[in-house]
Design a protein around this ligand. Structure first.
Ligand SMILES: Cc1cc2nc3c(=O)[nH]c(=O)nc-3n(C[C@H](O)[C@H](O)[C@H](O)COP(=O)(O)OP(=O)(O)OC[C@H]3O[C@@H](n4cnc5c(N)ncnc54)[C@H](O)[C@@H]3O)c2cc1C
Length: 426
């Protein structure tokens, strides 16, 4: 039986493993103490609670992700309103509304005052068509107008999806997302997120599934180099040991792009991979009791914000958790300033719809900044992304940074894993 060695136990590596287990022997080598990479949960001692490194939102359009969850038996670990509804709050205008998309392709929602973005004009929808025809060097801001559809929907949607300032973000990467979501209509835009945590949804069930099928998952195993002979990988270095890669064996390289650059450049002449990154900040505030909301917020569990620093607020039991994307722009802010600003935005946006009022003083808090959350989704970085197939006969690449046609997302990572298995002919 072919032995597939997978370097990296993030979602790309786990996706490759889950895809091929049953047809091949599988070993996953993960450098960290647990799998999950940039999508993981852990117990935070200072906060005294288990948290995710960052809030992750999925849409029903993410077909490969739902297939993966089905394979590992974890579809039911996600939660969401079951409908394409998104509560929003504009901090500058002190105005809340719910965007309620229509199910099918025809945007009936845009004609209804109760369902659309307040203040938008129908003519602004033409912008979507122009973005879909964008050229590879164009940036998102070249297409945006100055109306409310831009300010209250497209800008926040694009910044979250691309995690890159829109003046430099690739319009074709945004078009790839729009094509699979808004163009298909509300049935492709239902929001989902883990009801417990990222690891409980995406990681632990995958590792359990692999082990049930005799797969090996070795955490704390950092691969520090590759032995290459005769156009194929023959060994993986782990400290002073070498893991032998037999003549029939295959290797999936699913570690992040900086690691790819340092380990693969010597073996793959002309190899390129993204080398600029954007950070994401998450701030987790722990309340003294579970947070209960009224109305739409209770139904959906999160709210999108415009006009401030915070972009998404999630209600997670006794934790209010906030996401700030494309966060390199806040590097000059100190953490206390960010924490205090975001807390006042939370109080303004969700305070009035919570059952218990929020304290004025900032509660116990943890700020997590993922410095290399994603590669910067610019046209130049997109061109550096390699295909899954390499010149080494038994080596394929996976990871959200490979050329998936998508920005750095769970869906891209999971697709890349299945693509790597495909190009290895398994
Ligand atoms: C804060 C945050 C919020 C996000 N929000 C969203 C969202 O809302 N929606 C969405 O779709 N996506 C989101 N993303 C992006 C998503 O998390 C990533 O695209 C995805 O997790 C990447 O998976 P990956 O397997 O490609 O890479 P990684 O998760 O980086 O996995 C690579 C793995 O390789 C391991 N490794 C590194 N070096 C070695 C080595 N030498 N040997 C062995 N193993 C090694 C690492 O420890 C890691 O586990 C977010 C990311 C962050 C950080």
């Amino acid at each position: 039986m072919t032995h597939v060695h997978i370097i990296g136990g993030g979602l790309a590596g786990l996706s490759a493993a889950v895809d091929v287990i049953g047809r091949a022997r599988v070993s996953v080598y993960e450098a960290g103490p647990a799998c999950g990479g940039r999508a993981r949960s852990y117990f935070d001692k200072a906060l005294g609670a288990r948290i995710d490194n960052g809030n992750h939102l999925l849409l029903s359009a993410n077909k490969s992700t739902f297939r993966y969850l089905g394979l590992i038996g974890a579809e039911k670990t996600l939660t969401g309103p079951g409908a394409p509804i998104f509560p929003w709050f504009d901090l500058k205008a002190n105005l809340g509304w719910t965007l309620s998309l229509s199910k099918g392709r025809v945007p009936f929602w845009a004609f209804s005052r109760r369902r659309r973005v307040p203040g938008m004009k129908l003519s602004e929808l033409a912008m979507l068509g122009r973005i879909l025809r964008a050229g590879p060097d164009q940036t998102v801001s070249e297409f945006l107008g100055d109306g409310m559809l831009t300010r209250r929907l497209l800008e926040p949607f694009a910044v979250s999806a691309l995690n890159t300032p829109l003046e430099s973000a690739s319009a074709t990467l945004l078009a790839a997302i729009i094509r699979e979501t808004l163009v298909l209509g509300g049935s492709a835009c239902r929001p989902w997120y883990p009801s417990e945590g990222l690891s409980e949804s995406f990681v632990d069930p995958a590792v359990a599934h692999l082990r049930r099928l005799q797969g090996e998952v070795h955490c704390g195993t950092r691969i520090s180099g590759l032995d290459v002979q005769g156009g194929r990988v023959t060994g993986l270095k782990n400290g002073s040991d070498t893991i032998a890669v037999g003549p029939e064996d295959k290797v999936v390289f699913a570690a992040p792009s900086p690691v790819a650059r340092s380990l693969l450049e010597a073996h793959l002449p002309g190899f390129s991979a993204p080398d600029a990154y954007e950070s994401i900040i998450n701030v987790h505030y722990r309340l003294s009791a579970p947070v209960k909301a009224r109305g739409m917020l209770a139904k959906v569990g999160f709210v999108g914000l415009v006009g401030g620093v915070a972009e998404w607020i999630y209600l997670k039991n006794d934790i209010l958790s906030v996401t700030v994307s494309a966060a390199n722009r806040y590097t000059t802010w100190d953490n206390d300033e960010l924490i205090a600003t975001i807390w006042s935005e939370i109080r303004q946006a969700v305070g009035p719809v919570l059952v218990e009022s929020l304290p004025q003083a900032v509660p116990p808090v943890r700020l997590v900044c993922e410095k290399r959350a994603t590669f910067a989704a610019t046209p130049a970085q997109d061109r550096l992304r390699p295909q899954a197939r390499t010149r080494l006969e038994n080596l394929a690449l996976a990871g959200d940074w490979t050329q998936t046609g998508f920005p750095s997302t769970i869906e891209g990572a999971i697709r890349s894993g299945t693509e790597a298995i495909k190009v290895l002919g398994l």
